[in-house]
Design a protein around this ligand. Structure first.
Ligand code: PLP
Length: 357
């Protein structure tokens, strides 16, 4: 606390990211990073770009990266907005599209950064309760609202809804923006991006992606949003009032190579999905109840064991998972899908913990 803090800083409740412990030899399953490296082509491109050109500012518009993203998704580059990680994209979305007279809506259990942005930008919000099995019920998002945002699949539950549900939500909600945060879409969820192709592009749908999860580039900080060109133009106005150069040269070059390496994406996401299915099976054998997941993490609880105890016992064994001390989910653990070896260590540790309790 300092008397020099502005009044707004005094009111903030910042987001608390999953920890990034410095000790080695941890099984780190708490922040949904990929257990596999990024595309070797992305690393090679970054290496090659590591030269004297770094004295020059990067392209403020990210033209080449926008084109690579547009080509991959069958869109026009005017439909693409870039940011320093999707968290920055989301910040601009909250200020530029979701700060409206009416409160915005998001699920009661969801990405905990959303209420943080609301506080920062002075945005009113209402939470919409998930169904009994933690599913998003789009019919419960009622008009009027200042906008709607949720991840698909949702975080930290891992549960997804089909594109058709989002299409009908758009139809019922034509007077405000619907933002779908597809951070985990590549692990088996239907993307809403096809709705944005061609002349039928809705005016009020924005889809947000990150290269931090399935592209294994959390350390590079690249995210993007795609939507109607008019929405993108609004976001550009915010970005150019904040930081004209959010993406460095290495980030732009690496992201282009990563986006173009679909084969690497397919191999690594397939592997994660296989490991996920095996882990769910092993946990079921141990008596855990796991929500169906199409993400690179699972959300699970044991009817006979306290979530916080399991979290602490795993931690004592050098295995870090995520535990949220929040209503309805305090018995759950969110576990990132790691390599097969990490998964074996996790299952072995849980067997020990359950047996000794
Ligand atoms: C990880 C995550 C993000 C942010 O990713 P960046 O690393 O900032 O690109 C956004 N939304 C959700 C739901 C996430 O889990």
């Amino acid at each position: 606390m300092s008397r020099f803090w502005s009044p707004v800083v005094q009111t903030l409740t910042p987001y608390v990211p999953g920890e990034q412990p410095q000790m080695k030899r941890l099984v780190k399953l708490n922040t949904n990073e990929s257990p596999y490296g990024p595309s070797p082509k992305a690393l090679a491109a970054i290496n090659e770009q590591t030269n004297d050109d770094l004295r020059l500012y990067p392209d403020p518009e990210g033209v080449a990266l926008k084109k690579a993203i547009a080509d991959l998704h069958g869109l026009d580059p005017k439909q693409v907005f870039l940011g320093n990680g999707s968290d920055e994209v989301l910040a601009h979305v909250f200020l530029g599209l979701l700060k409206q007279a009416k409160p915005i809506q998001f699920p009661d259990i969801t990405y905990s950064f959303y209420p943080v942005y609301c506080k920062l930008f002075g945005i009113d919000y209402q939470t919409v309760a998930l169904g009994p099995n933690f599913e998003i019920e789009t019919k419960d998002f009622k008009f009027p609202n200042g906008g709607i945002i949720f991840p698909n699949p949702n975080a930290p539950t891992g549960r997804a809804i089909p594109r058709a549900d989002i299409e009908s939500l758009l139809g019922r909600n034509i007077d405000s923006v619907v933002v779908i945060d597809e951070a985990y879409v590549d692990y088996g969820t239907e993307s809403s991006i096809p709705l944005l192709r061609g002349n039928a592009c809705p005016e009020n749908l924005l889809v947000v992606h990150t290269l931090s999860k399935s592209r294994a580039l959390a350390g590079l900080r690249v995210g993007f949003a795609v939507g109607h060109p008019a929405l993108i133009e609004g976001l550009e106005r915010v970005k150019n009032s904040f930081n004209s150069y959010p993406l460095g040269r290495l980030a732009q070059t690496g992201a282009i190579a990563a986006i173009q390496d679909q084969a690497h994406l397919e191999i690594t996401t397939k592997k994660v999905i296989q490991t996920r299915e095996r882990l769910v099976h092993e946990l079921t054998m141990l008596g855990f109840d796991t929500l169906p997941s199409t993400a690179n993490f699972i959300f699970t609880h044991h009817p006979k064991h306290k979530g916080v105890k399991l979290y602490q016992s795993l931690r004592d064994r050098g295995i870090i998972v995520r535990h949220f001390q929040s209503p309805r989910i305090e018995e759950f653990l969110r576990i990132t899908i790691g390599t097969d070896e990490q998964t074996n260590e996790l299952v072995a540790a849980l067997k020990e913990i359950l047996a000794s309790a």
